[in-house]
Structure formats: C-alpha cells, structure tokens
Design a protein around this ligand. Structure first.
Ligand code: ADP
Ligand code: MG
Length: 183
C-alpha cells in the first residue's frame, strides 16, 4: 500500500524551530518517503488545560510507500529519536508527529485513527493543511476543511512564524525544487 499523507508537526520544548526541522529532515530522509509540499511554520497557543509555552506547528505532505500503520510506527521512532531533551532519559517529548490525512482513507483502529480525530477542531492543524491545499475536504464528514476553520472562535491563537525553504529539510535530495527561491 502507498499513499499521500499530511503529517502534523509540532514542538514547544527546547528549540522548537530546530526540533521541527530535524524531525522533518528525518522523515524525508527515509527511503519510503518522498517530499511533496511543506506549509509555513505557525506560532500557536496550546490547546490544553495545562499551562505551557506556545507551539510551532506546520504540515508536511509526503508520498509514503507503505501502510498507514507503518507510517505511524516510523513517526513514533522519529519522535523517540529526536523528541527528548538530550541526556534526560524519558524526558519531555519535544516533537509531535501526527498523521492528519492519508489519501481519502477513513480508518478506526486501536492506536490509529485517520483522519486525525481532532484535526478539524484545531487551528494548528487546519491552517497549515489549508495553506498547502485550500480545497481539502474532510473524508470522514465530507465537509470542506475551510468551513471548520470559519466556525472556530478566537480562543485558539495562530500567527505566521515564517517559511522554511524546502531544501532546509533535505527535500532537494529527492529532486524537488526549493520553494521561495532558496538554495
Ligand atoms: P496527540 O498528538 O493527540 O497530542 P500523542 O502524540 O501523545 O497525542 O498521541 C497519542 C496516541 O495517539 C499515539 O500513541 C497514537 O497511537 C494515537 N493516534 C491515533 N491516531 C493517530 C494519528 N492519526 N496520528 C498520530 N497518532 C495517532
Ligand atoms: Mg501525536
């Protein structure tokens, strides 16, 4: 099985920018992954009752030669390899990699729900996906993602943080032209 996946990338511990970049580099480096597109980075307020720092979030679109389950296992390996404070065993996770979409697949299995069960309620997932493809439709509910975004109030804050040239995450290796004239 193979498909095109949107991966939600987030960090709010340590150097969030570097954590996101390194995480995406590790994803693109995998032989089963091919870069397709990358959104801007956004600074977002945490959607959580726990007081914590703002996040950096973005969405990475890849072609994946494997099953969704294999993609989840791989993303969890990347989280484990890069997502902990150096030297602190079982320290705080500094990188979150979620499967937001996998083609038009609708999947409910223990430990893996596709589309991601909360993405339509979260600006930090909706906005980067819509930047990549403004016409995206939620395959479970058949509704355009843009409608969910319009219905969310002002509570969740999201602000553009900047664009990452695609070659900074190693996509040039796969033969893609860097965005924005970088390189
Ligand atoms: P969250 O990303 O929701 O804040 P975690 O990253 O800790 O929380 O993920 C918790 C669990 O969510 C993971 O162990 C994973 O099995 C499960 N999960 C279910 N669906 C997905 C998905 N589409 N992408 C990533 N994880 C998922
Ligand atoms: Mg997660």
């Amino acid at each position: 099985m193979a498909g095109v996946a949107y991966i939600g990338v987030g960090s709010n511990v340590g150097d969030a920018f570097e954590n996101c970049l390194q995480g995406m580099r590790a994803v693109i480096d995998n032989e089963r992954a091919t870069f397709v597109a990358l959104s801007s980075l956004y600074r977002t307020s945490p959607v959580s009752p726990v007081v914590q720092s703002d996040f950096l979030n973005c969405a990475l679109k890849i072609a994946w030669r494997g099953t969704p389950r294999e993609l989840l296992s791989f993303l969890q390996e990347v989280e484990a390899a890069l997502g902990r404070d150096r030297g602190v065993r079982f320290g705080p996770r500094t990188l979150d990699l979620d499967i937001l979409f996998f083609d038009d697949l609708v999947l409910d299995t223990p430990g893996l729900t596709i589309p991601h069960p909360r993405l339509h309620q979260r600006k930090f997932a909706l906005v980067p996906c819509l930047e990549i493809d403004p016409g995206l439709v939620h395959p479970r509910f058949g509704r355009p993602l843009a409608e969910y975004l319009r219905e969310l109030g002002d509570e969740q804050k999201i602000a553009p943080f900047g664009k990452v040239p695609a070659d900074r995450i190693g996509s040039a290796k796969a033969g893609d032209a860097p965005e924005g004239g970088g390189g």
